[in-house]
Design a protein around this ligand. Structure first.
Ligand code: ZN
Length: 342
């Protein structure tokens, strides 16, 4: 069983995310008893520079700590990375890729995550909430890993924008969705007031609920979006943002490309400028089966990368580093809920 504190260290609610390391270690569990015994699991700061989870949770706890409506089990994630305001330490791992998933992972962090998962499974939580931020302009949205009524209801308490996510492997909500309703909430850019406010409201509403089965009128009209493809930069290509590049790059994206996130775009929408009329296709689009479907969605015209059919992108990032490490964006479409929800 992983070590778990039965109360918060004195003074912890007064400090910001970058000082938490003075109070708790990485991956510290804290159980706070409430009126309803069945707990809710809340995970914050798996990525050290995504502080909204802590910003919101400490407001909620200051309000309710003397009489919590429900038992909470809190996981403090990467507080060492939070100290330096980075996603993860340079020599460290991405915590939110280390949870039990499809592929075996023998890293010591993964071992701890497996212990925590097994322990929480035995606690039979009502729900699991993992709080994140992203770079780039996105609406606040909720990610779920299973298309089930309770999972959709949980997500809809946070946002009308719900995405069904099936990758990457090893994320927290993926592991927990095997045994309880689980959600990853994405609260916009880190530390912004509206994201914190929305998260506090979400916690207020969720912790008072007796169950997630009956939220009248919620899941019936809820549209869930499905990510069906990922857009990556080709390995040998360079990328930059218009107005910021010092040296010529193969592919330059407009500085407001992320405004397109979560909008249905028309064919012809420009995703960027190519350096010369000889520059080949700078990106690859692959579907869930890893098939290359670039040609179906993008074309080169007048030295520009354009959409060749209508599609909705999500999580476009303007960070060249993030594009190189991960991807430029994802493509989504509505998930048809033909089967009745269980
Ligand atoms: Zn994150």
């Amino acid at each position: 069983m992983p070590r778990m504190l039965s109360q918060l260290p004195d003074g912890i609610l007064e400090v910001k995310a970058n000082q938490l390391h003075q109070f708790v270690d990485d991956l510290t569990l804290v159980e706070l008893k409430g009126r309803i015994k069945r707990p809710i699991f809340i995970s914050i700061l798996q990525h050290g520079n995504e502080t909204t989870g802590w910003d919101a949770l400490r407001v909620y706890l200051k309000r309710h700590l003397s009489r919590l409506p429900r038992t909470l089990i809190i996981l403090f994630g990467n507080v060492q990375a939070a100290q330096n305001n980075v996603r993860q330490l340079a020599n460290g791992v991405d915590f939110n890729r280390c949870w039990p998933g499809q592929r075996p992972n023998h890293h010591p962090v993964a071992k701890k995550m497996a212990d925590i998962t097994e322990f929480l499974k035995q606690q039979n939580p009502l729900a699991s909430v993992d709080i994140h931020n992203n770079t780039g302009r996105n609406p606040h949205y909720a990610g779920i890993n299973a298309i089930k009524k309770e999972h959709i209801n949980l997500a809809s308490l946070f946002s009308k924008t719900i995405i069904h996510i099936t990758s990457p492997d090893g994320i927290q909500s993926g592991a927990f969705s095997e045994f309880c309703p689980a959600v990853t909430i994405e609260c916009g850019m880190s530390g912004t007031a509206d994201g914190i406010e929305q998260t506090i409201t979400f916690l207020e509403n969720l912790c008072r609920l007796s169950n997630l089965n009956d939220l009248p009128g919620v899941s019936e009209d809820q549209e869930v979006m499905n990510i069906f493809a990922v857009v990556k930069l080709k390995k040998d290509m360079t990328i930059g943002v218009a107005g910021e590049t010092r040296e010529p790059v193969d592919f330059e994206i407009p500085e407001d490309l992320d405004y397109h996130n979560f909008h249905q775009l028309a064919p012809g929408t420009v995703f960027g400028q190519l350096q010369t009329d000889q520059t080949p296709m700078p990106i690859t689009v692959t579907d869930a089966m890893d098939y290359d479907i670039t040609e179906q969605y993008f074309r080169i015209q007048a030295q520009q990368l354009q959409l060749s059919q209508s599609v909705m992108p999500a999580m476009i990032t303007l960070s060249p580093q993030a594009v190189q490490l991960d991807c430029l964006c994802y493509l989504m479409r509505p998930l048809n809920q033909q089967k009745p929800l269980q």
